[in-house]
Design a protein around this ligand. Structure first.
Ligand SMILES: Cc1cc2nc3c(=O)[nH]c(=O)nc-3n(C[C@H](O)[C@H](O)[C@H](O)COP(=O)(O)O)c2cc1C
Length: 189
C-alpha cells in the first residue's frame, strides 16, 4: 500500500501529505500519530517521540503537548527551529518537517487545549520536573496533590518546509514542499 502514487502530481502530493498529518491529530491509531521531534541542545541534536495532537492544514501548524519544565522547552527557547520525522510503516511513507516552534504556557491557547486533556493530566503533574535525577522509582512517581495546568505547555510548530519519501517497488517518489515560497519539486530519491 502507498500514500503517494506515480500518477500523482505535486499538488496531489501536498494535499495527501497535509491530509495525513491532519488525520493523525484526530485519530489515535494513525501511523503519523507518534512523531520524532528534533531540537538542538547546546549545538547537538536531541530527539524524542511525542504525540501529534493536532495539525492545521490551512496554516501548516503542528501541535504538541508537553511539560513546561522539560528539557525540550529550554532547548526551544534557545533555538526555536526544529524538525519532525514520521514514518508510516504500512504505507512505507516517510515525512520530514522543518519549522519554528512557539511555546504556549498559561495563555489562552494553553487554557483552551487543557480542557481536551482528560486522561493524561498526570503527564504534566509530577512533583519534580521531567528529567530530574532521583534516588528511587518511588521518588520518580511522586505526583502533585492536586492536578492543574501549571506546567502544561503547547508547542505549535509552524511548518515552513516538508519532504516526503514514498518507497515503491517500481520507483521511489521523493518530493520537497516549501510553504513559505509556495514552491515544490520532485527530488532524486
Ligand atoms: C510513544 C511516545 C509518545 C510520547 N509523547 C510525548 C508527548 O506528547 N509529549 C511529551 O512531552 N513527551 C512525550 N513522550 C516522552 C518524550 O519522548 C520524552 O521522554 C520526554 O518528553 C522528555 O523529553 P525532553 O527531556 O527531551 O524534554 C513520549 C514518549 C513516547 C515513547
Amino acid at each position: 500500500m502507498s500514500l503517494i502514487e506515480l500518477k500523482d502530481n505535486l499538488s496531489d502530493v501536498k494535499s495527501t501529505m497535509l491530509g495525513a498529518l491532519n488525520q493523525a491529530g484526530n485519530d489515535k491509531r494513525s501511523a503519523f500519530r507518534y512523531i520524532i521531534l528534533n531540537t538542538i541542545s547546546e549545538g547537538i541534536p536531541n530527539t524524542r517521540y511525542v504525540v501529534l495532537r493536532k495539525f492545521k492544514t490551512d496554516s501548516q501548524e503542528l501541535f504538541i503537548f508537553t511539560d513546561y519544565r522539560s528539557n525540550k522547552i529550554r532547548e526551544i527557547k534557545e533555538n526555536p527551529f526544529a524538525s519532525v520525522l514520521a514514518y508510516d510503516q504500512q504505507n512505507k511513507c516517510q515525512i520530514k518537517l522543518k519549522g519554528k516552534i512557539n511555546i504556549h504556557h498559561q495563555d489562552e491557547i494553553a487554557d483552551d487545549l487543557w480542557d481536551s486533556v482528560e486522561d493524561g493530566q498526570e503527564s504534566y503533574n509530577t512533583k519534580s520536573q521531567p528529567g530530574k535525577k532521583v534516588d528511587s522509582l518511588n521518588d520518580a512517581h511522586q505526583m502533585k496533590n492536586d492536578y492543574d495546568d501549571k506546567y502544561f505547555a503547547v508547542l505549535i510548530m509552524k511548518v515552513s518546509k516538508a519532504e516526503i519519501l514514498q518507497l515503491k517497488g517500481d520507483g521511489h517518489i521523493r518530493a520537497f514542499l516549501d510553504f513559505e515560497s509556495d514552491e515544490s519539486s520532485y527530488l532524486v530519491p
